[in-house]
Write a protein that binds this ligand. Structure first.
Ligand SMILES: C[S@@+](CC[C@H](N)C(=O)[O-])C[C@H]1O[C@@H](n2cnc3c(N)ncnc32)[C@H](O)[C@@H]1O
Length: 267
């Protein structure tokens, strides 16, 4: 939910996707970040700020991988989610309720992280984040941004129409949608960062049927909202896809990208 009126991220949806997110994340980028932090002199706590934290999935995955004492600041504009996140983070953590548009400094933050957030933002939002990071000299690990690359097996004659309508919906009102990884990489590079990119696709099979069903339903709903002429054929598409899923015969690869942006100077 990056604009009032856009879909709300419910705790149920976030819990359903968390295992697939954790499997998908680009471990090599987290390891590279841990190496950079490990090179710091002294033993002070690393301060990590998770923007759009949801229920705190990122902290549960990343905190054990950073071999340093840490403190996390978990920010979401949804107060309930931010509180849930702080209560379920395995290191000392504080909840902050607020929209990232109101953030005017990252002073005191060593690492900015986000997960499944960038595609919900606009290019000016991302440019602002890159500038705030550069001003503070902090590193950034920006994960699970959709790329728009979706492959379903078996293929279906309506795949391309649904994909086109879904991607257009993601880009509505200036939101980045599948452009997020490229736009963010360019913004951080402009601010002098070394940007490393890694793939983090969901690979969903019969064992992920509950997540795949919710994902398919959301995808078709968004496609129809964008392209109302699709409604009838998209309902039949969804029925075919859910039949295949129920029979254990559907696989989906859903493209995401992770970015690690490291400032030039070791802090
Ligand atoms: C797709 S969810 C991802 C949640 C979590 N990071 C995860 O990976 O499970 C996006 C989250 O970003 C939050 N969010 C979206 N736009 C935001 C904004 N402009 N400011 C603060 N939080 C925002 C939503 O409330 C939601 O919790």
């Amino acid at each position: 939910m990056s604009r009032p009126g856009s879909p709300v991220c419910t705790p149920d949806w976030l819990a359903l996707r968390e295992p697939a997110d954790h499997t998908a994340r680009a471990c090599d980028l987290a390891d590279r970040l841990a190496d950079r932090l490990g090179a710091w002199p002294g033993a002070r706590d690393v301060v990590v700020r998770d923007l759009g934290c949801g229920t705190g999935s990122m902290g549960r995955w990343l905190a054990p991988r950073l071999a340093r004492p840490q403190r996390w600041v978990l920010q979401d504009r949804d107060a309930d989610l931010a509180r849930r996140a702080a209560a379920a983070t395995p290191v000392p953590a504080t909840a902050v309720v607020g929209d990232l548009a109101d953030l005017d400094t990252l002073a005191g933050t060593d690492v900015l992280v986000c997960s499944a957030l960038l595609d919900l933002l606009t290019a000016p939002d991302v440019e602002r984040l890159a500038r705030l990071c550069a001003d503070a000299g902090c590193a950034a690990l920006l994960t699970l941004s959709v790329t728009g690359a979706v492959a379903l097996d078996p293929v279906d004659p309506l795949d391309d129409d649904v994909t086109a309508a879904f991607d257009a919906h993601q880009r509505r009102d200036g939101l980045l949608g599948p452009d997020a990884p490229d736009v963010a990489a360019a913004a951080f590079a402009r601010h002098g960062y070394a940007v490393h990119r890694g793939p983090s696709p969901w690979r969903l099979g019969p064992a992920d049927a509950a997540l795949a069903e919710e994902w398919l339903r959301g995808r078709v709903d968004a496609a129809c909202a964008q392209e109302p002429a699709l409604v009838g054929s998209a309902e039949r598409f969804l029925a075919r896809r859910l039949d295949a899923l129920g029979a254990g015969g559907l696989h989906a690869e859903v493209g995401h990208a992770d970015l690690l942006a490291l400032p030039g100077t070791v802090r």
